[in-house]
Design a protein around this ligand. Structure first.
Ligand SMILES: *[C@@H]1O[C@H](CO)[C@@H](O)[C@H](O)[C@H]1NC(C)=O
Ligand SMILES: *[C@@H]1O[C@H](CO)[C@@H](O)[C@H](O)[C@H]1NC(C)=O
Length: 286
C-alpha cells in the first residue's frame, strides 16, 4: 500500500543533524535517545542550492531580481541594521559580513548539476532524509500554465537519485522564490490571486512527484517572507514604510501589508492542503 502523504506548513526550517550510529555516543546524546522513527536529515532551498538560474527554461524569481538589484550596494547590506537583523544573516547569499556584495544565486551550490555528488555525500553522512524545495519558475516558467519538461525531468532525477540511495525525499513547494512574473503581474503575495496560482502549482507538484514524495511542506517560513519582504524590506520584494523597515523602501506599507501577505499565505496553504486531501491523499494503491 502506498503510504498516505503528509502536508505541512513549516514555520521554522528543519535542523540538519548527522546520524550517530546506534549506541555510539556524541557527547551525552546518542541515536538511541531519539524515537526509532526519528529521521535525521538536511535541507536546502532551491535558490540557495540549485544555481543554473537561467538554464533549461527557468525564469527569474523575486530573489534573482532582488539579489541582482542589490549587487554593488554592499554598504547597505553591511549596515549596522542589516548585520544579522533578526539574528539572520542570509548567509548562503553572503550578503552580510563577507564584504562580497556581488553574490547571488546564479550558481549557488550548483545543485542542479551536482546533485549526484551531493546525494553521495548525504549517503556517506548517513542521512535518512533530505528536504529540498522546488523552484516554481523552473517548473512553470510563466508562474501558471505551461509546464517546463526540463524542470519536471530535473526533479524526477533528483527524487529518483535520493530514493536509489535510500534517502527519503521531503519536498517544499515554496521557499520564498516567487516567479518574478507573478510579482510584476499582480503584486504576488499581496493579491488573493496568488491563492489560485499557488494551488495550481502545488497540483502540478503533487501530480508529477507525489507517487514518490509523501512528505510535503507547502510554504517554508512564511514568517520570513512576511517580515523581510513587507515589514523590514530587506528581502524581496523589498517593501516597507517609515518608521518601520530597515531599508529605504520606495514603496510599501509596513503597518498593513505584512498581515495581508500572511493572510494570503495561510489561505494558499489551506487551499493546497484541501486539494491534496481531495485529489491525492484519498487514493491508496493496494
Ligand atoms: C515521511 O518521511 C518519513 C521519514 O523519512 C517516512 O518514514 C514516512 O514514511 C514518510 N511519509 C509519511 C506520510 O510520513
Ligand atoms: C536611508 O536613507 C538615508 C537618507 O538618505 C540614509 O542616511 C540612510 O543611511 C539610509 N539607510 C539605509 C539602511 O540605507
Amino acid at each position: 500500500m502506498r503510504p498516505l502523504g503528509a502536508v505541512a506548513l513549516l514555520l521554522v526550517a528543519a535542523a540538519a543533524a548527522p546520524r550517530a550510529v546506534s549506541g555510539q555516543h556524541y557527547g551525552s546524546i546518542s541515536r538511541d535517545d531519539f524515537p526509532v522513527d526519528f529521521s535525521f536529515g538536511a535541507s536546502t532551498s532551491a535558490y540557495q542550492w540549485e544555481g543554473a538560474a537561467a538554464e533549461d527554461g527557468r525564469t527569474p524569481s523575486v530573489w534573482d531580481t532582488f539579489a541582482h538589484a542589490h549587487a554593488g550596494s554592499g554598504s547597505w547590506w553591511k549596515s549596522k541594521e542589516m548585520d544579522c537583523a533578526y539574528g539572520l544573516c542570509l548567509d548562503a547569499y553572503k550578503f552580510c559580513n563577507t564584504g562580497d556584495d556581488s553574490v547571488n544565486g546564479d550558481v549557488a551550490a550548483d545543485g542542479y548539476h551536482k546533485y549526484k555528488e551531493d546525494i553521495k555525500l548525504m549517503k556517506e553522512t548517513g542521512l535518512d532524509a533530505y528536504r529540498f524545495s522546488i523552484s516554481w519558475s523552473r517548473l512553470i516558467p510563466n508562474g501558471r500554465g505551461e509546464i517546463n519538461p526540463k524542470g519536471v525531468e530535473y526533479y524526477n532525477n533528483l527524487i529518483n537519485e535520493l530514493l536509489d540511495h535510500g534517502i527519503q525525499p521531503h519536498t517544499t513547494i515554496f521557499q520564498y522564490d516567487l516567479p518574478q512574473i507573478l510579482e510584476d503581474e499582480y503584486g504576488g503575495w499581496l493579491s488573493p490571486q496568488i491563492i489560485d496560482d499557488f494551488t495550481a502549482y502545488a497540483d502540478v507538484c503533487f501530480r508529477e512527484f507525489g507517487d514518490r514524495v509523501t512528505n510535503w511542506t507547502t510554504l517554508n517560513e512564511p514568517n520570513a517572507l512576511v517580515s523581510l519582504g513587507y515589514d523590514a524590506g530587506i528581502g524581496p520584494p523589498g517593501r516597507c514604510s517609515k518608521p518601520f523597515g530597515f531599508a529605504n523602501c520606495s514603496s510599501g506599507d509596513s503597518v498593513n501589508e505584512p498581515y495581508i501577505v500572511a493572510h494570503n499565505c495561510l489561505l494558499a496553504h489551506s487551499s493546497a492542503v484541501s486539494l491534496y486531501r481531495r485529489k491525492y491523499q484519498v487514493i491508496s494503491f493496494r
